[in-house]
Structure formats: structure tokens, C-alpha cells
Design a protein around this ligand. Sequence first.
Ligand SMILES: [Zn+2]
Length: 381
Amino acid sequence: MSYNFFVKSNINFGTGAVAVLPELLGKYGLDKIMLVYDGGVKAAGIAEKVIGQIEKAKVSYVVFDGVIPNPTNEVVERAAELAKKEKVEGFVAVGGGSSIDTAKAVNVLMTNPGSIGEYGGMNMVKNPCLPLIAVPTTAGTSSEITNVSALIDTEKIVKYVVIDDNIVASDVIADPEFTKTAPAGVTAATGMDAITHAVESYISNMASPLTKYNSIKGLEILYHHVERAVENGADMEAREQMMLGCIITGFGFSNANLGLVHAIAHTLSAHFGLAHGMANACVLPYVTAFNSEAVPEAMTELARAVGLETGNDIEKDRLLLSDALLALTKKLKIKTLSEQGIERKDFDMLAEDVLKEPVLGFNPRQGVTKQDIIAILEQAY
Ligand SMILES: [Zn+2]
């Protein structure tokens, strides 16, 4: 049996890595770029540092700072209109997943016809995109190295994904210093998103030895550093390890895909605007327990990887990880569904929509029913 494992990114990792930006811009010979970021990045003074480097490169730039959490088709179209009008030749995206996903989607429209909604699904982007340099400011989505852009279709009320190797950022500047200002709540939610990626990709029915190696190592690193990064944002060793774990995990899930946790989280974000990481985190322990029935050995391997003591009883061992993840979410003050404003009356509608999520096809436990999903939502309530 053969399998494919795709890696494209040129990664510059470590404190001060932003200094390579002028050289990267020079490599592509760009005259004008679009800088994409959100209000948080601006407030933290990170945008200024990046602009300083762009100016050193003597490259002109136009700013799009209208990025929103859970970016929509409308935001992408608006930014693309500006980018085309300004005739930009490349992008620098600074921020969390929302900024980088927005830039990836805008980039699709620079070299491909039509509107962004036409590119949902896998391998729909026919033409290569312009150079895109990703500068992450959170350790969570791994958007800086993945072939995924997650967007909200506000008309269909659905979160959909563009998955295509053409949209991967050409270069990454991963500077842990840029994650230092992320507040504890954001660090917890994005960190749990990364942990969710590691768990879901390891047990995905598309997992291969190469993806599993990345997913399990990523989980080990993330699990051991997330509490430290949340408790003390200035703990630079923890920040660096979170960023490292996130990139390693990204190589795994970019190739192996995700599962039921993300199916539920996408639906919650599409209908009620829940932050992606928080939506994943509050259902992760329960979905992990649910899936462990289908993949007890894999769950035991993950439990061992994070240092949990396994015995010889697979029925007990398979639940060690889900129990530990529940304890971790409590320590990190992850909110329950009710605390995030979700009401029981919507469970039925949510469960119907979760069943329509394409990502469910990669979940190791197949035949998931509406009742199964409602039971999980009930546990997370
Ligand atoms: Zn995610």
C-alpha cells in the first residue's frame, strides 16, 4: 500500500525570525504586497514590527485590516476587490487562523476566476497562487503550514473549507515572541484547537505512518506545555514549544484530515459564532471517549504518549486520554456549551447540520447518528 504526504512550507522558526522578511520579499521580486491582519494584531504592536521589515525591503504595501473571527465570504470578496484594484503581487498575513485563512482565500481569487464560494471542497483551485508569507501570532490552527482555509458562508449558514495544495503559504515566519501578547483565554482555546488536531488526525481513517508520527509527537509537546503557556504568557519556553507542537501537528492533520470534533465545532461557529478553539475544546473529551470504542489501541497509544499510565485492560486504557482531556479543559477554564450561550432547544437542529459535514467522512467511528451527536452536546452542556 502506498500513501502521499505533502509538505511545502519554507519555515523560519524562532525569536527574531521576522528579520528574514525583507530577504523573502526580495526573493520574489515583489513591488507591491497586501498586508492582512486584524485589530488584535494592530493593538499588540505586531503589525508595526512587520511593517518596519516591509519598509526595509522597500516594497510598497496596502493594508487590509478588516479580518474578523470566523471570516466570511463577504470579507474575502471585499479584500480581493481591494487587492485586485491595487494590483498586489503577493501577501503577508499576520495573525491567527482567521488572518491567514482570509489571505489564503483572497489569494485564490487573484489567479482563479469566480467567487470564493465556488472553491469549497478538495482540489478545486486550478491555478497556482501568488507568494504568501504567513506570520502566525497564535499557536493553534496551524494555518501557516496547512492547505486549508476555513470560511463561513453566511447565506447557507455553514462553515466550509477550501482544501488545496495551491493555497499553502509559500513561507512561514514563526516567531514565538509574536504569541506572547495573546491573552490566557485565547492561548487556552487555540492550544486546545491544536490538541484537537493532533488527536483527530492520529485516529483519522486517512492517517498514515508519516501523519501519525507528526500527530503523536505534536500532541506530546502541546499537552505538556499548554498549561504553562496559559498560566504565564511570558514563559517563552512554553510559547516556543506550543508553536513547535502546532507546526508539527499541522503536517499531520494537513495530510490526514480531522473528524467529528471539527464537524460539531464548524456547525457551532456557523450558527452561533463560537470561537473555533473554544467550540472544539468543549466537545473534545466527549467525542474522544465516543471514538475510543472504534479505535481503542490508537487511544491507548496517545494516552501513553502524553505520559498517562496504561494497564492491560483496553476497556479502561482507551478512556484514559478522554478523562485527561476533560481534566485539562477544566484547568484551562474552557467554557461549557451553556456558558457559551448555546441552548438545548437548538441541539436537534445542530445535530442535523453536523451530519452534513464532509469532515465526518474521516472520523474513525462511522455510522454516527443524530442521537449520538445530541448525547455529546448534552455532555458538553
Ligand atoms: Zn481546528
